[in-house]
Design a binder for this molecule. Structure first.
Ligand code: FAD
Ligand code: EPU
Length: 338
């Protein structure tokens, strides 16, 4: 395993931020990871695990170890009458894993097609899109505890999944390296087309008979029509979470802004479309230097080329402040700021 020093991370994060790592190495097995942990000079330097770098904003050089998880391999871990348990190494590309399952007629992940990044990060924020979150089909994961070097299995309840949340972003932040994830996929898929424009897109595609392939393609079409491709413009998807407000706040806002975009979630709670709030503050399509707000989706901040992480972060703070001032709603960043 090669350990490199002062490594440029621009090609390792989809924002395309030119931060540097003091030490950088990639590992392809838990053995290699343990070896790296043992070689680490001085336990005082922090360690961060990198997957596809599609949910990270580097605001400075990283004075520590950046370890890229390249553990590969997809295997069938078990099967019963209704489900197949598919286990994937953390370094497997997420979309390729989804396509692997779809090709075998295994249902459950098709709505999550084309999300960038790797399998190992999928439980970190319980990735979600088009009416599905991974918690709906997650079975278990294996993770290495960095300090005591034990391998721990987490089941669904252990992960404390929430909207763009898990225990790995909160109580266990920075403590575990996810090695593999096992998903429980259905042999008899139940189609989920209720969200957003999926039905509309299926109709436009002329789909006569519903299938997981067709749903996947519909999701791919919708996503490519509004989200910027990181290969063309640097970004990390939604920069903020969609905020939840209580009924009273919702009613006040709705009275003042009849076009407010909101969805009921649970008991007297409403989720607001952060993209709408940001657009109403006139940020959509804004650009200052190379930092900007995407012209088709105001929730996505973009780097047109040479923006620094600090510039993107400053823009995110300006957006946060203006949304709070206009609507009295405090947005929360979804992207991991380093
Ligand atoms: P990284 O960015 O590499 O890492 C993310 C965090 O997880 C970091 O804190 C990192 O340290 C940690 N981490 C990564 N791997 C491991 C590991 N093996 N063990 C421990 N910690 C680890 N997300 C959604 O939920 N829904 C969407 O629809 C969606 N759309 C997107 C669209 C675009 C265009 C982009 C660029 C991003 C989008 N995202 C979306 C965000 C992103 O794709 C997901 O969060 C994805 O899971 C990140 O995976 P990654 O491998 O790139 O993680
Ligand atoms: N909207 C606007 N203006 C905008 C953007 C959105 O008015 O500029 C309004 C529209 O009314 C639209 C609604 O907001 O109908 C919702 O927009 P969209 O369907 O694009 O979804 P989103 O709420 O902005 C969320 C996720 C995405 C996920 C999509 C589809 C979050 C933070 N984001 O976006 O996830 O792909 O739904 O399920 O929950 C990500 O996490 O990185 C991500 C891209």
């Amino acid at each position: 395993m090669q350990v490199s020093e002062n490594v440029l991370l621009k090609s390792y994060n989809t924002f395309g931020i030119a931060a540097r790592a003091r030490y950088f190495a990639a590992f392809t097995s838990v053995g290699e990871l343990m070896e790296l942990a043992a070689r680490q000079p001085g336990a005082d330097l922090p360690v961060m695990i990198l997957g596809g770098g599609s949910n990270i904003l580097f605001t400075r050089d990283y004075n520590g170890w950046v370890l890229k998880n390249n553990i590969s391999g997809i295997t069938i871990a078990g099967e019963d009458n209704d489900y197949v348990y598919v286990k994937a190494g953390a370094g497997e590309n997420w979309h390729q894993f989804v396509q692997y399952c779809i090709a075998r007629q295994l249902g459950g992940l098709e709505n999550l097609s084309l999300i960038p990044g790797n399998v190992g990060a999928s439980p970190m924020q319980n990735i979600g899109a088009y009416g599905v979150e991974i918690k709906d089909v997650f079975h278990e994961l294996e993770a290495l505890h960095l300090k005591d070097q034990s391998i721990v299995t987490f089941n669904n309840a252990d992960c404390h999944f929430g909207y763009r949340e898990s225990i790995f972003k909160k109580a266990y932040k920075g403590e575990f390296v996810i090695l593999s994830v096992t998903y429980r996929l259905s042999k008899h898929p139940r189609f989920n087309t209720s969200y957003g424009a999926i039905n509309e897109e299926l109709q436009r595609m002329g789909v006569q008979e519903l299938s997981i392939q067709a749903i996947s393609q519909a999701v791919i079409n919708i996503r490519t029509s509004k989200l910027p491709d990181p290969a063309q413009i640097g970004n990390a998807g939604s920069f903020f979470k969609n905020p939840t407000v209580d009924q009273e706040k919702y009613e006040t806002l709705k009275a003042a802004y009849p076009h407010l975009v909101a969805y009921p979630v649970g008991d007297r709670q409403f989720k607001l479309a952060a993209g709408w709030l940001i657009e109403q503050c006139s940020w959509k399509g804004y650009r200052d230097g190379d930092a900007g707000v995407h012209s088709k989706q105001a929730l996505v901040l973009v780097n047109y080329g040479q923006a620094s992480g600090g510039e993107i972060y400053t823009l995110s703070q300006q957006i946060l402040d203006s949304v709070e001032e206009k609507f009295g709603v405090l947005l929360e960043r979804e992207v991991n700021v380093v």
